[in-house]
Design a protein around this ligand. Sequence first.
Ligand code: ADP
Ligand code: MG
Length: 272
Amino acid sequence: MAATKNTAKSTASTESVKQITYLAGALKAPRITEAAARLADQARDAGWTHEDYLAAVLEREVSARNASGAQLRIRAAGFGAVKTLEDFDFDAQPAARQQLGALASGGFLVEARNVVLLGPPGTGKTHLATALGVAAARQGHRVLFATATDWVTRLTDAHRAGRLPQELAKLRRYGLIIVDEVGYLPIEQDAANLFFQLVSSRYEHASLILTSNLPFSGWGGVFGDQAVAAAMIDRIVHHADVLTLKGASYRLRGRGIDSLPSIRTTTDQTES
Ligand code: ADP
Ligand code: MG
């Protein structure tokens, strides 16, 4: 039916389609071939301008690229478990809802600001740090996640091999570095100095997210040196959002552990 309608146009289209296939391959944008063909009829039927059509075709390629790029970046980030803000129950942390919503848009990464999540175990620090990391990866940023202890090991290895500057330069190419669990294990003084160099090298250049079960006043004990801890906190907090999560551990919810007589009063127990 279509073949008899307009032979000249069909022939031209066939040549063009071949050329598009070749050109899309040369651009390493194979989805353009498929999108160009699929959208051509739609464009003709709906009377799109040439510009509308070109924009629609390119948009398909870009969003497909972004989606597969995001998956790669999320896998490469080294999250313990992938968690998102959609999975987070903000009724458990109502005070954090608004701030997290603003952070999820990723403006802090563009400004090389930091985020510090403080609070007792099980309040969602790792979950939220991961969720912001996943959002950053989706927005096109390269992300690396590790515990403070793992970062110290990595920096110590680089230092011993005489390539700390190269390692720090490499890490600066990541828009976001997440340091989970500052404070669970003490950090030796030499290692604390290496960690300080990581913080300094990113200062006003690229973002950090840190989580800790300790308030800043406890960091001196972790890093074994009040002066190093103070200098580090100064740089971290200069441009940072600090969120303090509160309450009981989410892990223990519904297990009756928060209603033990030693923790809750008898009047509290009547609630459940
Ligand atoms: P923290 O790092 O503060 O010790 P996590 O982020 O590891 O706590 O949270 C412990 C577990 O509980 C994780 O599986 C996490 O996904 C879950 N969790 C914590 N808070 C929430 C929440 N508000 N909504 C949904 N899941 C939560
Ligand atoms: Mg944690």
